[in-house]
Write a protein that binds this ligand. Structure first.
Ligand code: UD1
Length: 355
């Protein structure tokens, strides 16, 4: 088989890591196309280096833009790459504009598409990611679902015949990295920023359009983080930094430590050492759950509903309970293994072989 993975944004590099390793263990040919949606070293290159992902075979260098401009530029560039390579499968990941572009370009050239992380739904039609997911699932030929809940969504949309439960590939990589970083010192930049402050700290990230693009909402989010009792390490996505600069919102507040994005192993280490996570990221909600750290999510809903069981993750869209929620101790409830056993990448390869 020749399989061509299309990736472009940070969470997709994390998902690609175990998949690329699983392909390397077979005789299949695996090509990687990087759209260039994320291009900062800390958003892209470090993930390839730290997670030992092969250098992309093709880099489209598309960069930022409006949704239309960005997706359109990817489509144009992917049309010629896919026409030239004609893989047996195009593998797309998650819910970004890179996912949708890879899917559309492939299906219109009659290339088979497999969607990894299929079936997630927020049911929030304001999210660009929700449209990317739904459109991708309905166009793709093979839907690789991470959870039973995702399988149920696909079935409800009439897609059961094309769906396979493989588990969650982010769990594969999260557990591997956790075992490697457990017991190591905190990342130096984090340790320095916290200034050896005694007691616990919180890890925070904010990047969703709904939290960052409206000045009043963004100011309220930053104020709420600055008002927490524990020191907060705010690992700042470029979008957050750009919007704060644009709206004149100061991130430098007492107790709020804005840091550049961390590399994946550093992030896992930071979460392991923290008292809690405050985020609007899907991946980080799940990583907190997997690592046994309580999470508070600054959104009205979550795609990873399994994290809510037992209070491991709590939604606080209105920021009304953030102070208490962020300081709550880890729940005692068992977490179970809703995200699979850490072998989702191997099952992904098997599903492509069978399909
Ligand atoms: C994208 C995904 C989102 C995912 C997130 C992970 C879509 C619609 N959204 O959102 O689902 O959770 O990636 O991070 O695809 N920028 C930089 N350097 C970079 C990348 C981005 O400075 O390397 C800045 C630019 O100002 C850009 C903005 O961030 O305009 C937003 O980037 P973009 O890729 O459009 O969307 P994300 O917010 O990262």
């Amino acid at each position: 088989l020749t399989v061509l993975s299309v990736v472009g944004a940070r969470p997709q590099f994390v998902k690609l890591a175990p998949v690329a390793a699983a392909f390397a263990a077979t005789g299949h040919r695996h090509l990687i196309v990087h759209t260039g949606q994320h291009y900062d070293t800390r958003m892209s290159e470090v993930f390839f280096t730290d997670l030992a992902i092969p250098t992309p075979d093709v880099h489209l260098g598309v960069g930022s833009g409006t949704h239309g401009a960005q997706t359109g530029a990817m489509l144009t560039a992917l049309d010629s790459v896919l026409a030239e390579r004609r893989p047996d499968w195009v593998l797309v990941y998650g819910d970004t504009n890179s996912t949708l572009a890879g899917t559309l370009s492939a299906v219109k050239q009659h290339l088979r598409v497999a969607h990894l992380e299929a079936g997630l739904r927020s049911f929030n039609r304001r999210m660009p990611e929700e449209h990317n997911r739904v459109l991708t699932d309905h166009a793709a030929d093979l839907l690789l679902a991470p959870t039973d809940a995702a399988m149920a969504h696909l079935s409800g949309e009439g897609l059961a015949g094309r769906s396979v439960l493989v588990g969650d590939v982010m769990t594969d990589v999260c557990f591997g990295v956790r075992d490697a970083v457990a017991g190591t010192p905190l990342p130096a930049e984090l340790d320095e920023a916290l200034g050896g402050e005694p007691g616990g700290y919180l890890v925070a990230t904010v990047h969703r359009a709904d939290n960052t693009d409206d000045p009043a909402r963004l100011a309220a989010v930053v104020d709420a983080l600055a008002g927490l009792d524990e020191p907060v390490a705010l690992l700042a996505h470029p979008r957050l930094v750009a919007r704060c600069a644009e709206f004149g919102i100061d991130l430098a507040r007492p107790g709020l430590h804005a840091l550049p994005p961390l590399a994946y192993p550093d992030m896992v280490r930071a979460v392991l050492g923290s008292r809690g996570v405050v985020t609007d990221s899907g991946g980080l909600q799940k990583e907190a759950f997997l690592l046994g750290v309580p999470c508070t999510t600054l959104r009205t809903e979550t795609e990873w509903t399994e994290t809510l069981a037992g209070g491991w993750n709590v939604l606080d869209p209105n920021l009304t309970q953030l102070k208490e929620l962020a300081a709550r101790p880890a729940p005692t409830a068992e977490r179970g293994t809703p995200y699979g056993d850490g072998h989702a990448a191997r099952r992904t390869v098997e599903a492509l072989e069978a399909g």
